[in-house]
Design a protein around this ligand. Structure first.
Ligand SMILES: *Cc1c(COP(=O)(O)O)cnc(C)c1O
Length: 355
């Protein structure tokens, strides 16, 4: 039986994508070859890479606006240092909203001075700081749009004349935004776009070439742009499955359609968290993430009962991250409203049971 998968990442992808991707392992495009054995220079794969890059820009409405889409390796964690390598001359500003922002700051510090403009660490990152200013003399501003672990999400982004860099690993393609406000957007594929192994990086070309240091080829965005993400062997299969997911998003009506469904799912779950006296939300209300909902039991003694209930009902991946505890429901694009309803019903069943 297919499970209701609330895993934070790697995570659920569309069932249609799994089917097509598994077929391609046996015979890709009726070529008599598996996608796993073809050259990344073959016409069949070059067209996959082209389509993946093109769909990424199209879905974000960034076509013909000076951006390039890259599919790199090394995860979002490698972007923490590549950003600084390519953009940081003296000083950069970072907003610290959780574990991933903190890690990005740590790496960037190897390259220059980092100004932490604000942090929500004082409350275990359960909110997004709002009143802060970005110094005039920084090379860029970096933020994390969605905090996968703590379940907070930026609803607004600062207006700044500085290049705006954003880690969108866990909410890319989940909601509409004016993406042209950003100069670099990056996302590890495994949260909402594809399997682990590739990272989407969207770069506005005119922000490059401004640092004085020499950049090793593999660390340089310019290298990867000039070679169309084929400087070295790309993660062929991960790019292919990501491309299939992007096709699926487009066929379903694009990110506007994703956003509508994601909001429905989030509303359904958060209403129950707020209504049910046995549960309480972790993140501040106005900053709650539509992707990762974090919540706790009001009385921990029900934990064993509730865990047994959801595991028995075919729900997977509902355990919270160790730094928050409790529960985390990750509701990425491919997760259905029905799966969220299953969890809501279980929360109501627990309430009846313990009364
Ligand atoms: C998971 C995650 C990362 C780390 O991604 P890797 O691909 O494992 O390096 C970075 N940022 C955010 C917001 C994440 O959710």
């Amino acid at each position: 039986m297919k499970k209701h998968n609330f895993s934070a990442g790697p995570c659920i992808l569309p069932q249609e994508v799994f089917k097509e991707a598994s077929q391609a392992i046996l015979d890709f495009n009726n070529s008599g070859l598996s996608i796993l054995e073809i050259s990344h220079r073959s016409a069949d794969f070059v067209s996959v890479m082209d389509e993946a890059q093109s769909l990424a820009l199209e879905l974000l409405d960034l076509k013909d606006k000076g951006y390039k889409a890259l599919f790199l390796q090394g995860g979002a964690s490698t972007q923490f240092l590549m950003i600084a390598y390519n953009l940081l001359e003296k000083k950069a500003a970072y907003l610290n909203t959780g574990t991933w922002s903190s890690k990005a700051i740590k790496e960037a510090k190897l390259f220059g001075e980092i100004v932490e403009v604000a942090s929500s660490k004082d409350k275990n990152f359960n909110y997004i700081p709002k009143s802060y200013s970005i110094p005039d003399d920084v090379d860029y501003f970096h933020c994390t749009s969605n905090n996968t672990i703590f379940g907070t999400q930026m609803k607004e982004f600062p207006t700044t004349s500085k290049p705006l860099v954003c880690d969108m690993s866990s909410d890319i393609f989940s909601r509409t935004l004016d993406f042209s406000k950003f100069d670099i957007i990056y996302a590890g594929a495994q949260k909402n776009m594809g399997p682990a192994g590739t990272t989407l990086v969207i770069v506005k070309e005119d922000i490059l070439g401004k640092v004085s240091r020499e950049i090793p080829s593999m660390m340089s965005y310019s290298t990867h742009i000039s070679k169309d993400s084929m400087f070295n062997t790309p993660a062929v299969y991960a790019v292919y499955v990501s491309m299939l997911t992007l096709r699926w998003i487009k066929a379903k009506g694009g990110i506007k359609a994703m956003e509508e469904l994601n909001n429905k799912k989030a509303d359904l779950l958060y209403s129950e968290i707020d209504r049910n006296p046995l549960f309480k939300g972790f993140a501040a209300r106005e900053d709650r993430s539509a992707m990762n909902a974090t919540f706790n039991l009001t009385d921990e003694s029900h934990k064993e009962t509730f865990d047994k209930m959801w595991k028995g009902a075919g729900v997977n991946g509902l355990n919270g991250h160790r730094s928050v505890g409790g529960y985390r429901a990750s509701m990425y694009n491919a997760l259905s409203l029905e799966s969220v309803q299953v969890v809501v019903d279980l929360m109501q069943d627990l309430e009846k049971k313990v009364k």
